[in-house]
Design a binder for this molecule. Structure first.
Ligand code: URA
Length: 432
């Protein structure tokens, strides 16, 4: 087989076989295919696409390029969730304990935040004492004893994605649905869970800017899951507004706790319940989504979900008392509304960017973050506001960072004279 022939084949819009895709991925990881040929192949995929079978073959080849985490020794139905990344997205901290409180097993490997989106590990590390570097034995034991553990990625999972992603970043080939779907799903499939629920965000603050693109990505990932024997569903959720009010690590943990106590923002609760309802039905715990939602709301109202959260973070080195000791930023600054009216649109990307500038997120992988800082969105989509009233409150430590964040927020809120009616957070659910 010659790489150039496979590039030509894809360039002509023809379908690649499983053997050909295995050859390309093997050569990419093994180093026998030079970077310029990998780049040409990626560009051909960008323009010509891949069908469902090719995308599944690509995902399998990528997954098999590295270690597979079998989660051996964990008893029960193992579930996973993945978000394509949003602003203020603290859903794992709510949905994880909720699912565990219903008897499912949450053995989660999470990531750190980059750019305007946050990561679960960073949020967890704002709780004093919490460790995210459990050994494999500790991880399995904790999941068996407490139903949930969250750690950073261990081992050499999907080296093909590391190589391909770096090339895509440098060659303008990130925005291809088959390449994105294979990248995400190869990493999810490298950990052998039983059920996966994907939260595919669309809108200004998301990777996929429109509902239609989000739908295509969701469909592709659900199809890959089906092709590889993993029960997968995908929610299409709105990222044209931050999720909840808090953006920033410790602040988001506090909001997640409010939600676990049944006192959180309605959009966060709606999303966490919708994700868990899919888990419960696919995991065989509930007969249908209605029964699942009822059970989940009970777990929130009864305090069981919060108790599970405390159990989980205590098992990982924190405590309930440590939740009170999470860091708080020393200063607060109100960002005023330029007009009176209703909040008609929010530029979520700008809000996420402002939080990053305050120090809550990473500009590059090497940046350090301040767990205390962040912002609270006072006025949400559809809320009435008077000129001069705070739209956002910045919680900051450094005045220069505050000024940069405030500048990023200029124009981020559109104030309309008529009241808009914000739609639901969960637009649709894609199932196999
Ligand atoms: N996230 C991923 O993991 N991969 C992509 O290609 C895009 C987003």
């Amino acid at each position: 087989m010659r790489t150039v022939d496979l590039i030509l084949k894809k360039k002509a819009g023809q379908k690649l076989t499983r053997e050909e895709i295995d050859f390309l991925i093997g050569g990419t990881v093994g180093g026998s295919i030079p970077d310029y040929q990998i780049s040409a192949f990626l560009m051909a995929v960008c323009f010509r696409g891949m069908d469902e079978e090719e995308t599944t073959d690509l995902t399998r080849a990528m997954r098999d390029s590295g270690q597979i985490v079998r989660l051996e020794g964990i008893r029960g139905v193992k579930i996973d969730k993945h978000s394509t990344g949003g602003v203020g997205d603290k859903t794992t901290l709510v949905a994880g304990p909720l699912a565990a409180a219903c008897g499912l097993k949450v053995a989660k490997m999470s990531g750190r935040g980059l750019g305007h989106t946050g990561g679960t590990l960073d949020k967890m590390e704002s709780i004093p004492g919490v460790r995210i570097d459990l050994t494999q034995e500790e991880f399995v034991r904790q999941v068996n004893e407490h139903g949930i553990a969250v750690i950073g990625q261990t081992g050499d999972l999907v080296p093909a994605d590391k190589k391909l992603y770096a090339m895509r970043d440098a060659t303008g080939t990130v925005d291809s649905i088959p390449l994105i779907a294979a990248s995400i799903m190869s990493k999810k499939l490298a950990v052998l869970n039983d059920v996966l629920v994907l939260d595919v965000k669309f809108g200004k603050g998301a990777f996929m800017q429109t509902l239609e693109l989000g739908r295509q990505l969701a469909r592709s990932m659900v199809d890959i899951g089906r092709g590889m024997g993993l029960s997968t569903a995908a929610l299409l959720t709105d990222m044209d507004r931050p999720l909840g009010r808090a953006v920033g690590n410790a602040m988001e943990v506090r909001e997640a706790i409010d939600c676990l106590k049944g006192k959180g923002p309605s959009d966060l609760e709606e999303l966490a319940v919708a994700i868990c309802a899919e888990h419960l039905v696919m995991g065989g715990v509930a007969a249908d989504r209605e029964a699942a939602s009822k059970l989940l709301k009970q777990k929130l109202a009864s305090g069981e979900a919060y108790a599970k959260f405390v159990e989980f973070i205590t098992a990982q080195g924190g405590s309930e008392k440590a939740l009170d000791d999470m860091p708080r930023a020393p200063h607060e600054h109100a960002f005023p509304s330029p007009d009176s009216g209703y909040v008609g649109a929010i530029d979520c990307l700008a809000v996420g960017h402002a939080a990053m500038l305050l120090g809550a997120g990473r500009e590059t992988k090497e940046s350090t973050i301040d767990h205390a800082v962040g912002l609270l969105v006072d006025k949400r989509l559809g809320d009435p506001v008077e000129r001069g009233e705070p739209l956002v409150r910045l919680h900051y430590a450094d005045a220069r960072r505050r000024d940069a964040a405030a500048a990023a927020l200029a124009g981020a809120f559109r104030i309309d004279s008529a009241r808009p009616s914000p739609g639901p957070v969960v637009h649709e659910v894609i199932r196999p």
